[in-house]
Design a protein around this ligand. Structure first.
Ligand code: KG4
Ligand code: ZN
Length: 358
């Protein structure tokens, strides 16, 4: 089963072709035949964040070429495809419309089934593309827009166990970078600065620590950091490094605590998880990865973290999710609507219990 996937929900324009075994239940890892990603970072850097109108315009300008490139890299014509998938949300609506409309046009012209993929679902299923992971597993989705702990029990079967009450973890990194005069996107900049810093110099809070419900809150941490920065201003390079290191330590401690609560809740609901899976741009952070290894080890389960290029937004994850849905007959009509908001719990699908065929 060969599927073209299109991703345009934020500031990456991406298209990819992915192959999946026909077995609906246990497909094994997928094969990425092509994966083209064009980031718009430069277009938004001057504004310190993604500007929706600029993003939508940029998607329109480059998407046709990106799709053509993905098909050429795969060495395939559209007639070789079994389906076409696009992220239909959640995300910036202008971009979502561009990607979904393009996928509809391809589906219509070439008589292919269309799959409207939830962007979060695509992150959730990536570990099956890379590791051939079986259900059920516990997903930690940690990006600029999302911080969620999700039970993944089948294709289209997701329960959100915990989420952030305010900022996403990536957003907190980006705001910290902005506050300290570092570049955009902020996460990698904060991580770099933190390497030279002292994580114990500033006593920052660990919000929600010890609570059984695995939710997050990061705005208090952000405020505490700002107050410390204002207190010692003007900031030397050393101060910036120490602030970044202290911030990153507070975040990783918080994540470790919240995820332990999440895994405990998962075990109560679904029994043993096949793995803890991390996805989203922030999963590229090395300190965070180390914390995740500790959490998984203490829970006695494996940790699966897709390679960085598949953790950040890409077309391969959309194509793979499309193939997974297609294998279960979960296709969509050409009238399917793009959605700015689309919680994982509202995705339709099939529960696949461990050890059972679909
Ligand atoms: O998944 P992603 O590419 O886009 C979405 O938000 O959907 O994630 C981007 C986020 C940004 O907030 C960025 O600052 C953060 O991931 N990020 C990092 C690192 N690399 C990217 N945060 C912390 N450390 C990093 N190394
Ligand atoms: Zn994403």
């Amino acid at each position: 089963m060969i599927v073209l996937g299109i991703e345009t929900t934020c500031d990456e324009t991406a298209a990819a072709v992915v192959m999946r075994d026909d077995d609906p239940g246990h497909p094994g890892p997928g094969r990425i035949l092509s994966n083209v990603v064009r980031s718009q970072n430069d277009a938004h850097a001057a504004f310190g964040g993604v500007v929706p109108e600029i993003a939508a315009r940029a998607h329109v300008e480059v998407l046709d070429g990106i799709v053509a490139q993905a098909m050429a890299d795969a060495g395939l014509g559209f007639d070789a495809l079994d389906g076409v998938a696009a992220a239909a949300g959640p995300g910036l609506i202008g971009g979502v419309i561009v990607g979904l409309t393009t996928a509809k046009a391809i589906a219509l012209v070439h008589g292919l089934p269309l799959v409207a993929v939830n962007h979060l679902e695509a992150h959730a299923l990536t570990a099956r593309l890379t590791d051939g992971l079986a259900f059920p597993y516990c997903l930690f989705l940690v990006s600029g827009g999302h911080t969620q702990i999700v039970a993944v029990t089948g294709v289209g079967a997701y329960e959100r166990l915990g989420t952030t009450m305010d900022d996403a973890v990536g957003e907190a990194f980006d705001k910290t970078a902005k506050l300290l005069g570092l570049g955009y996107p902020g996460g990698p900049e904060v991580e770099r600065a933190a390497q030279a810093g002292d994580p114990r110099r500033f006593a920052l809070p660990r919000p929600m620590q010890g609570r059984p419900q695995p939710d997050f809150s990061l705005s208090g941490l952000k405020t505490a950091l700002r107050l410390e920065a204002e207190r010692i201003a003007p900031l030397s390079e050393r101060d910036v490094s120490d602030l970044c290191a202290s911030f990153q330590q507070a975040v990783t401690d918080t994540v470790a605590d919240r995820l332990a609560a999440g895994l405990a809740l998962f075990a109560r609901r679904y029994g043993r998880a096949t793995a803890l899976v991390a996805a989203g741009g922030v999963a590229a952070n090395q300190a965070l990865r180390a914390a995740l290894r500790g959490v998984a080890e203490r829970a006695g389960i494996a940790l699966a973290v897709p390679p960085p290029a598949l953790c950040t937004d890409n077309g391969a994850m959309i194509a793979w999710a499309g193939a997974e849905r297609l294998a279960h007959g979960l296709t969509d009509g050409l009238d399917v609507a793009p959605r700015a908001r689309w919680p994982l719990g509202e995705v339709r699908g099939v529960h696949i219990l461990e050890g059972q065929p679909a």
